[in-house]
Design a protein around this ligand. Structure first.
Ligand code: F6R
Length: 241
């Protein structure tokens, strides 16, 4: 799964070395980043013209904090490839929330929007930190994280000891901005995501399941493992695997 996702991103970078990418963090894309780093180390992937934007961040966690998404993307990807630091972006996590959000949105617009947005999927169907109920035309905003999202952060990669340690708020690129990406690649792994994936692809398009917004996008690729694809209808499953 990571190899397939990695190949798709590597192809995007080779086809357009100036690509502007939105990048996810979390457990799911770790293997994809390993693949991309290996490609770079083998001299097969040049990232010197790439621009990257992290999809989201815990409000209040600066890049030095080991649980921050900025720390993650540096550790797993950016410190091992040659994206110029000036072309790597993550949102501010302090100050007036509306100003931080507007500044990040403006930097995305200034860059020209995303050639490819790479996404993971939350158990509750979130993309980025766009929790259920987020309007589909939303732009970068600060959001109160759901209990389920904070619990998943404890189980996941980020090293929080309990849900109370997880920041209450996050800042995320909005669904509207994500869906304006020219291409979308979503990675989904594990049985805990099966229900959300089935609803996202086969359920009604509804803000109750943020990832269902992808049904309206003309160029979406889903890379899912068997456990995550388990609940999909047979025909969909065949076209996905
Ligand atoms: C993280 C992000 C989130 C995660 C999602 C799945 O940057 O945007 O939407 O992609 O919560 O996380 P994992 O992969 O840890 O299950």
């Amino acid at each position: 799964m990571s190899r397939i996702a990695g190949r798709i991103v590597a192809e995007q970078i080779r086809d357009n070395p100036h690509s502007i990418l939105a990048l996810p963090t979390g457990n799911t894309p770790k293997g994809m980043y390993d693949f991309l780093v290996a490609q770079h180390e083998e001299g097969r992937l040049d990232c010197s013209s790439l621009t990257t934007f992290n999809l989201d961040e815990y409000w209040g966690l600066t890049p030095e904090h080991p649980s921050s998404f900025a720390y993650y993307i540096n550790e797993h990807f950016l410190h091992h490839v040659n994206v110029p630091p000036a072309k790597t972006h993550w949102p501010a996590v302090s100050g007036p929330p509306d100003e931080a959000a507007a500044a990040y949105e403006a930097s995305i617009v200034h860059a020209g929007g995303f050639d490819m947005a790479v996404l993971g999927l939350g158990i509750n169907g979130h993309i980025g930190f766009n929790e259920p109920g987020t309007p589909f035309d939303s732009r970068t905003h600060v959001v109160k994280l759901e209990k389920e999202t904070r619990q998943a952060s404890v189980r996941g990669y980020y090293g929080f000891a309990s849900p109370e340690d997880v920041p209450e708020y996050g800042i995320t690129i909005g669904i509207g901005t994500i869906c304006e990406a020219r291409k979308i690649l979503m990675l989904v792994s594990g049985s805990t995501k099966a229900k959300a994936l089935a609803f996202a692809l086969e359920g009604p398009v509804s803000t109750a399941l943020p990832a269902s917004a992808l049904q309206q996008h003309p160029d979406v690729t889903i890379v899912a493992d068997e456990a995550a694809a388990f609940a999909l209808a047979r025909s969909k499953k065949r076209s996905i695997t």
